[in-house]
Write a protein of this length. Structure first.
Length: 86
């Protein structure tokens, strides 16, 4: 159950009944850790290219996934840098 302090706040889209963490004040994500994990994952995708592959199909898949992750990270960097303008 939500406390009176949470019920008095206006303008929040988070319902404490749906997400109990909002009741005690934390509702968010770990942006720095998410970005670090993204860069690490992209690096691992490219490191997996090293190996004895018979067919190059898996190399194409690894490259596409790695480039997609990097594109998403670069888009996130651009979005965060220009967020105050909108």
């Amino acid at each position: 159950m939500a406390g009176k302090a949470v019920e008095k706040r206006t303008g929040t889209e988070v319902d404490p009944r749906d997400e109990p963490s909002a009741e005690w004040g934390w509702h968010g994500e770990f942006p720095r850790a998410s970005r670090a994990a993204g860069w690490f994952t992209a690096a691992v995708m490219f490191l997996m290219l090293i190996g004895n592959h018979q067919n190059r199909t898996e190399d194409v898949v690894l490259i596409v996934i790695g480039v997609g992750i990097i594109a998403g990270l670069l888009y996130d960097m651009k979005r965060r840098r220009t967020a105050w303008r909108s």
